[in-house]
Design a binder for this molecule. Structure first.
Ligand SMILES: [Zn+2]
Length: 133
C-alpha cells in the first residue's frame, strides 16, 4: 500500500478531488470495456478474413475488410491513448497538479474538465491558431 500524501486544511485543494477521481475511474472503466470490445471485433474480422482469403486472393471484399480492420485498429489505439491520458490525470491528481494547464500553468475551467476529465491544457492553449495572451 502506497502512502497517500496528507494535506493540511489550510492548503488550497480542489474541493472536488474525490469527484474527479470517481469520474476518471468511471471513464477508465468505460475505455477498458471499449478496448476489450474492439479487440473482440478485431479478432472477428481477422478470423473471418482468414476464412475468405484461403479461397480467393482477389476477393472483392478484401479491401473492405482491410479498411474495417484498420478502422478498428485505429479505434483501439485511440482507446489505449485515452487510457494513458487518464492514468496521467490520476497521477496529476495525486500530485495536486490536476486541473492545471500544462502550457501556461493557468487553471483549467471545471466545465472543461467535466467534458474532458483528462484534459491537460486550458481552452485557449488547446485551441489551434494564434496564441492568446
Ligand atoms: Zn493554458
Amino acid at each position: 500500500m502506497k502512502d497517500a500524501p496528507r494535506y493540511d486544511q489550510g492548503e488550497p485543494r480542489p474541493a472536488t478531488s474525490s469527484t474527479v477521481r470517481a469520474r476518471l475511474a468511471a471513464d477508465r472503466a468505460d475505455t477498458l470495456a471499449r478496448a476489450a470490445a474492439l479487440s473482440r471485433d478485431f479478432d472477428g474480422i481477422v478470423a473471418a478474413n482468414a476464412l475468405v482469403a484461403v479461397d480467393d486472393e482477389h476477393d472483392p471484399e478484401g479491401g473492405t475488410t482491410a479498411f474495417e480492420r484498420a478502422h478498428v485498429a485505429a479505434l483501439m489505439a485511440q482507446a489505449r491513448e485515452h487510457l494513458e491520458e487518464l492514468d496521467q490525470a490520476l497521477e496529476r491528481l495525486e500530485q495536486g497538479q490536476y486541473g492545471q494547464c500544462e502550457r501556461c500553468g493557468g487553471t483549467i475551467p471545471p466545465e472543461r474538465l467535466q467534458i474532458r476529465p483528462a484534459a491537460t491544457t486550458c481552452v485557449s492553449c488547446a485551441r489551434p491558431g494564434p496564441r492568446r495572451a
